[in-house]
Design a binder for this molecule. Structure first.
Ligand code: ASP
Length: 322
């Protein structure tokens, strides 16, 4: 489907709403592979993944290395070091990774180890399990040579102390205040892998785990079909097994863009859905290297790096206000 028919089929009235359509993502049938896409504006992360893909590397190394860039970025308050803590002041990380053989690895409630994505990869490659949690995950990481460090930066500590003054916990995501890094890549051999890494919701209840490390919710890959990854209010993604749904829709023949859109609609059309107050965004790519994105609210974006460059696109969205 080319850009024109995409606009027609989705009835994008956004032209009339004054949106900058050239910067809003629409299906790009020229993309091909290799290609890497990621949630949010993370050009440094996609750049690192592209270096690997464009020099003939595989999609698994590309997504792992790309995710590590954001995990090491102290300024990002939703991933790796610098992530905002739970209500008790603990920074706990969740991550998962999936390769083109259908193997996967995941860590949840991981403390003091910033590269959760690499620990997830080790779980996949060095253990008979898919998921390790908490103390066990940390112990395993240390046995694999990962170094312990304090993940609570001064800035995140300050923000948490300020939050504690009111302790006003609303289980609603501020639509501008989260940036789980989900990354999908297809390499020159047409193999697809994906990774997802996060510190989860800021000021969550101690012990809370969201969608991001859950295979099928935060991330799903089927190398015959494509891959999808989610960001936003994890509870809503979990309830609809979002990323698996997107991949299954692509299996039925939907484009990545349309599959993301239908998965978003699955959330907003639920009876009593409170969708106006939270954000969920999906990105997806298929076996041909076509990509797509869709979110509930305005403000989500996807970064895409292929031979045409490293570009951040605004995502089309469901909830048109005003
Ligand atoms: N999906 C993440 C979670 O619920 C949050 C996010 O994407 O910001 O933990």
């Amino acid at each position: 489907m080319n850009r024109r028919s995409f606009i027609k089929s989705t009835g994008i009235a956004s032209l009339g709403l004054g949106l900058k359509i050239d910067k809003t993502y629409s299906n790009n049938s020229l993309s091909n592979f290799p290609i890497v896409i990621a949630t949010w504006d993370v050009k440094n992360a996609t750049k690192r993944a592209w270096e690997i893909l464009s020099s003939g590397g595989n999609s698994l190394d590309a997504v792992e290395q790309g995710c590590r860039v954001e995990e090491a970025n102290k300024k990002g308050q939703s991933v790796g070091i610098g992530g905002l803590p739970d209500r008790e002041g603990n920074v706990t990380l969740d991550a998962c990774i999936m390769d083109y053989y259908g193997n996967c690895g995941s860590v949840v409630y991981l403390k003091e180890i910033k590269h959760a994505i690499s620990v997830a990869r080790m779980v996949m490659e060095k253990t008979p399990h898919v998921m390790l949690a908490g103390e066990g995950a940390k112990k395993f990481a240390i046995s694999m040579g990962f170094k312990k460090e304090n993940l609570l930066t001064e800035k995140s500590k300050k923000d948490w102390i300020k939050w504690k003054e009111n302790e006003e916990y609303k289980p609603i995501i501020n639509i501008e205040n989260h940036d789980t890094i989900g990354m999908l890549a297809i390499d020159k051999n047409q193999n697809i892998s994906g990774g997802c890494t996060t510190s989860g919701l800021a000021y969550k209840m101690q012990g809370r785990v969201g969608d991001s490390p859950i295979i099928g919710s935060g991330l799903f890959i089927d190398n015959e079909v494509g891959g999808a990854v989610a960001t936003g209010l994890g509870e809503e993604v979990l309830k609809t097994v979002g990323s698996f749904l997107v991949v299954e829709l692509m299996r039925q023949g939907y484009s990545p863009s349309d599959a993301c859109k239908i998965a978003v609609k699955r959330i907003v059309k639920k009876p009593n859905s409170n969708y106006k107050n939270f954000q969920v965004g999906y990105i997806a790519l298929n076996k041909k290297g076509e990509t797509g994105t869709f979110s509930i609210q305005k403000g989500f974006s996807m970064t895409q790096y292929n031979k045409e460059g490293n570009i951040n696109f605004d995502s089309p969205y469901y909830h048109k206000q005003g």
